[in-house]
Design a protein around this ligand. Structure first.
Ligand SMILES: Cc1cc2nc3c(=O)[nH]c(=O)nc-3n(C[C@H](O)[C@H](O)[C@H](O)COP(=O)(O)OP(=O)(O)OC[C@H]3O[C@@H](n4cnc5c(N)ncnc54)[C@H](O)[C@@H]3O)c2cc1C
Length: 395
């Protein structure tokens, strides 16, 4: 039997940060992970460069049934705290866009930094360790694992969520929550590409890899970034962002001319270049390929007509279709490609200060296993760092 003050299950972003925070307060800490290496999602994130935080992190960048829950932890460990740590390790980084900070070199720099910090505070990290059973005892918890039995006063569940099962994602954290009678809110894939009907896929065939700036909106929320046509449907930052707000059956509205009043533009071109055609005007903003295909698909009756011959109603039709394109996705690509999981352990069950379950003394939940999900752009890691740090300070 091995005894520790704190056992953390899950050596991902939140678990490692919690180990550093608790270890720094002289607690004996062991982190157990069933994977063959630590921080796999950190390693694969941001295209291998890890978008580790965002300059503009605010509570409004997070979705949760309780929008206030994330505020306390985010204010106690901010983006500036994590940037300070990155700078202490002289890890080169840059802002890519919209406050999103990426490593110049590789995501491994972040994992190495976290592991070095664990070593500095004496926190032990073990891989290849599956936890088979968790039992409550009088003084804490008894764990049965593939590496023997463990006893601890505080148990922290940092096992993340369901996205990318091939990376070791499991519903373990939800099972533990349920075992102890805590509520788990329904989960769905977030930050995930949309799938389309076979008819739409056929219509967009050949556009795979084409992108366009767009404002995408649904359920009263909008995002203004790229959309990307893929061979399975639609992706790109705007689509990933809105997917977290979309529910099956919802229609998504897409404005392909975000900076323009397209009707006014068409009227102006009608005067300036009366002999030109719709696709030429669309190609001033969209790629030629996309402009030609949309004209072919949406404006068949006008495609061979010069602008001079088009009525105001026709021009208005074109503008409305391009600036308020109504699209009904068939679904999403699901957890297989989703960056995050919406829903999870109900935050009402957990203290926003210590992350301890209100009903079970010594049991804590941090990171993505909780019902807190960030927007795209480094916010999900900031939540992992902040919740891990806050919990570690209270253990
Ligand atoms: C492809 C991809 C790219 C991403 N890019 C970014 C990005 O650039 N910026 C950003 O902010 N967010 C990004 N995210 C989201 C981010 O990775 C997660 O929100 C974050 O990793 C969650 O941290 P966590 O510690 O809660 O969980 P995780 O990092 O998922 O860690 C959970 C750990 O628990 C372990 N585990 C799971 N089940 C068990 C079990 N039963 N027993 C033992 N161990 C277990 C896992 O092996 C894993 O090591 C990305 C996600 C994906 C999938």
């Amino acid at each position: 039997m091995q005894k520790r003050d704190v056992i953390i299950i899950g050596a991902g972003a939140a678990g490692l940060m919690c180990a550093i925070s608790a270890g720094g307060r002289s607690k004996s800490v062991t982190v157990l992970d069933h994977a063959n290496k630590v921080g796999k999602k950190i390693l694969m994130s941001g295209g291998g460069r890890c978008n580790f935080t965002n300059y503009y992190t605010e509570p409004t960048n997070f979705l949760s049934a309780n929008e206030h829950f994330c505020k306390s932890a985010l204010s106690r460990y901010t983006q500036w705290d994590f940037i300070g740590l990155v700078e202490k390790y002289e890890i080169p980084y840059h802002e890519k866009k919209l406050g999103q900070l990426f490593c110049d070199n590789k995501a491994k720099d972040i994992v190495n930094m976290l592991l070095d910090e664990c070593t500095n505070v004496g926190a032990e990290v073990r891989t290849h360790c599956s936890v088979e059973k968790v039992e409550k005892t009088e003084n804490g918890f008894l764990l049965t694992s593939s590496q023997g039995k463990w006893q601890c006063a505080s148990l922290v569940i940092a096992t993340g969520a369901l996205s990318i099962p091939t990376m070791g994602a499991t519903g373990f954290g939800y099972d533990i929550a349920r075992q102890f009678g805590l509520k788990v809110l329904p989960t769905t894939a977030g930050l995930v590409p949309f799938t389309l009907t076979p008819k739409l896929l056929e219509e967009f065939q050949g556009l795979s890899g084409t992108s366009a700036d767009a404002i995408v909106s649904c359920n009263g929320v909008e995002f203004s970034e790229n959309i990307l046509f893929t061979h399975r449907g639609l992706s790109g930052p705007s689509i990933l962002q809105i997917s977290s707000y979309w529910k099956p059956g919802d229609v998504v509205e897409i404005n392909l001319f975000p900076g323009d009043d397209l009707y006014e533009k068409l009227k102006t071109r009608q005067k300036e270049r009366p002999k030109s055609h719709i696709n030429t005007v669309l190609a001033e903003v969209l790629t030629k390929k996309l402009a030609d295909r949309l004209t072919e698909l949406w404006f068949t009756e006008y495609k061979d007509t010069s602008l001079a011959e088009l009525s105001n109603d026709a021009l208005q039709n074109v503008a409305t279709q391009c600036q308020a394109w109504q699209l009904k996705p068939t679904g999403t690509e699901g957890y297989r490609t989703a960056e995050v999981t919406l829903g999870g352990v109900d935050t009402d069950e957990v203290s926003s200060k210590s992350f301890e379950a209100k009903k079970v003394q010594g049991l804590h939940f941090i990171g993505e296993v909780l019902d807190v999900t960030g927007h795209l752009g480094g916010f999900n890691f900031q939540w992992a760092w902040a919740s891990g740090h806050a919990c570690g300070q209270e253990l």
